[in-house]
Design a protein around this ligand. Structure first.
Ligand code: NAI
Length: 565
């Protein structure tokens, strides 16, 4: 991997010092105001001479801490807290107090802290968002702002916004409609933009479009912070979303990325289709999920000694996640030499009403693409015996659906059966990692949506893989922002998936890992960003000219640096 030369590093460091000083001088900040500005505050990291110059003496305890020591103190503080939500609140407070320290802590302790700023703790934070809300973060656009959304965007203090993450709170994780409390999601996702891909925080903007909520518990809660009305639907909802998209382009240009997050399924697919070719937008729940799963399936070929086109996939569940994955899988198989019809014939899906078969009359166009002309049944085992899948993928939220008998049937059909119970949270996983390995004599190739701890079986240690979307979206976003594209084709996510799969070394495969370990995730994001940028240039989608000679240096060049000096 190529990195910027030390000369560039030195120049950047000099520039940083210059800009920091300029920020203090230009803002005429002194005394307590310096400590109240999270972008420039260093807390105990201010040297004694800086404290003298900036009139900070007496406003801080008399000791000095290097940034490294500050990180150690924060981590000690966090580890002393037992409750996940309190850890979240502690980190949120740090982010609003000393931004550079917050990102240093998050970057250097990603594995430990990602479950707090992101799933699962962020879910709990969203449930209780109205009670833990203390400081402003992100932008709220409400149904009542229809007709003047632009003026709300004008209130955002940053001039150069490159990436927005937006939710309407319609389906927050597996927790349903959380209305305005969903704000924790775009905030958390954008923290990962910075921590995992180095995207400067000042260029990112979390937005909640509050169109009301159908969650009666929230509506009847006097402390709920959102609009107290049922969800806006129909043309009025669409007009508000259209106005929002237009207002973003007008203010920050066509290349401002808008990531959709946790809209309910019906709106998610509809809006993606509507906006995909018109705006610089993607939906992580659909496209990011698909990419991370397809990456795992491509990597699994290293263990099954097959090509992706040789496989037959059976999806248990045919909702948003499964259909998004199935569509990207078709692209991967076509890339590997099959026709689209052949690829679809090797992808089987079933939902709560059974197999997607020709005899069904309740299927929409998206599902119709995958119907099979065979006897209709709702029995998973019977479908397995008909389809003879090499891979069984669960996206049904039906915990325990992959029973011992199902797993044994998969093991009887395949030397290395691929078993992906993707449903979240852990209680909804179609099977546990232990059960999957146990009932397939340790032969299965496994990845799940929720994390499972490593465990030993038959004298070997297994590291169950977790298909975490964080492997994909920060890197894809970095590539998009660097190239300033105006729209994002679906194929981008196959490029990202292949790039992620390529990072799975023989050593990882030996440990049965289908994804690199989480502590490598920043390097993963860079590699994905560089590949995605390559693709944008090859398709003439990048608007930054001339084409860079080194894509790694190119995507790295505007990365955020949390160091003080
Ligand atoms: P969804 O509600 O759109 O789809 C659920 C599907 O399961 C529907 O097709 C439904 O008919 C089917 N289903 C329900 N009961 C069934 C049964 N008894 N037999 C067969 N099918 C049944 O939900 P979505 O968004 O597709 O998510 C599904 C699961 O996947 C969730 O648990 C979600 O947390 C998980 N997921 C995991 C991701 C990851 O690991 N990166 C990303 C996105 C979703």
């Amino acid at each position: 991997m190529a990195f910027a030369s030390s000369a560039i590093e030195a120049l950047c460091s000099k520039q940083r010092r210059f800009f920091t000083t300029v920020a203090y001088v230009r803002n005429k900040l002194q005394g307590i105001d310096v400590l109240r500005e999270p972008k420039i505050n260093k807390g105990l990291g201010f040297t004694f001479s800086e404290r003298e110059q900036l009139k900070l003496k007496g406003l801080l305890p008399p000791s000095f801490r290097s940034q490294e020591e500050q990180e150690a103190a924060v981590m000690k503080g966090i580890r002393n807290i037992r409750d996940g939500l309190l850890k979240y609140v502690y980190l949120k407070d740090l982010q609003c107090t000393n931004e550079r320290l917050f990102y240093r802590v998050l970057c250097n302790n990603t594995e430990e802290l990602m479950p707090i700023v992101y799933t699962p703790v962020v879910g709990e934070a969203c449930l209780k968002y109205s009670y833990i809300y203390t400081k402003p973060r992100g932008l709220y656009i409400t149904a009542e702002d229809a007709g003047h959304v632009s003026s709300i965007l004008d209130n955002w203090p940053e001039k150069d916004v490159r990436a927005i993450c937006v939710t309407d709170g319609g389906r927050i994780l597996g927790l349903g409609d959380l209305g305005a409390n969903g704000m924790g999601i775009p905030i958390g996702k954008l923290c990962l933009y910075t921590a995992l891909a180095g995207i400067p925080p000042s260029t990112t903007l979390p937005i909640t479009i509050d169109v009301g909520t159908n969650n009666e518990l929230l509506l009847s809660d006097p402390l709920y912070t959102g609009l107290r009305q049922k969800r806006l639907t129909g043309p009025k909802y669409d007009e508000l979303l259209d106005e929002f998209m237009e207002a973003v382009v007008k203010k920050w240009g066509k290349s401002c990325l808008i990531q959709f997050e946790d809209f309910n399924n019906a709106n998610a697919f509809r809006l993606l289709k509507k906006y995909q070719n018109k705006y610089c937008t993607f939906n992580d729940d659909i496209q990011g999920t698909a990419a991370v799963c397809v990456a795992g399936l491509i990597a699994s070929c290293g263990l099954t000694k097959t090509k992706i086109r040789d496989n037959v996939f059976l999806f248990f569940g045919a909702g948003g996640a499964a259909l998004g994955i199935a569509d990207l899988l078709v692209k991967a198989m076509v890339e590997d030499g099959l026709t689209r019809i052949e690829a679809r014939s090797q992808i089987w899906l079933m939902d709560a009403y059974g197999l997607l078969s020709t005899s069904r009359t309740d299927l929409d166009e998206q599902k119709m693409r995958f119907v099979k002309d065979v006897k209709h049944t709702s029995d998973l085992e019977e479908i397995i015996n008909m389809a003879k899948p090499t891979a069984l993928i669960g996206a049904s939220a039906q915990g325990g659906a992959f029973t011992e008998s199902i797993l044994k049937t998969m093991a009887s059909l395949n030397e290395r059966p691929i078993i992906f119970p993707l449903s979240n949270p852990t209680s909804k996983a179609e099977c546990t990692a232990k059960d999957a390995y146990l009932h397939t004599d340790g032969r299965c190739v496994f990845a799940s949506g929720s994390p499972f701890d490593p465990f030993s079986f038959g004298g070997r240690t297994f590291h169950p893989s977790q298909g975490n979307n964080a492997y994909i979206f920060p890197g894809v976003a970095l590539g998009i922002i660097a190239c300033r594209v105006h729209h994002i084709p679906d194929f981008t996510f196959l490029v990202a998936a292949k790039s992620l799969a390529n990072l799975v070394t023989d050593e990882y495969l030996e440990e049965q890992r289908l994804y690199p370990p989480l502590h490598c995730i920043r390097d993963v994001s860079l590699s994905i960003a560089a590949k995605v940028a390559d693709y944008f240039y090859s398709e003439s989608l990048a608007t930054v000219k001339p084409e860079p000679t080194n894509m790694f240096d190119f995507v790295k060049q505007n990365q955020y640096d949390w160091r003080y000096d």
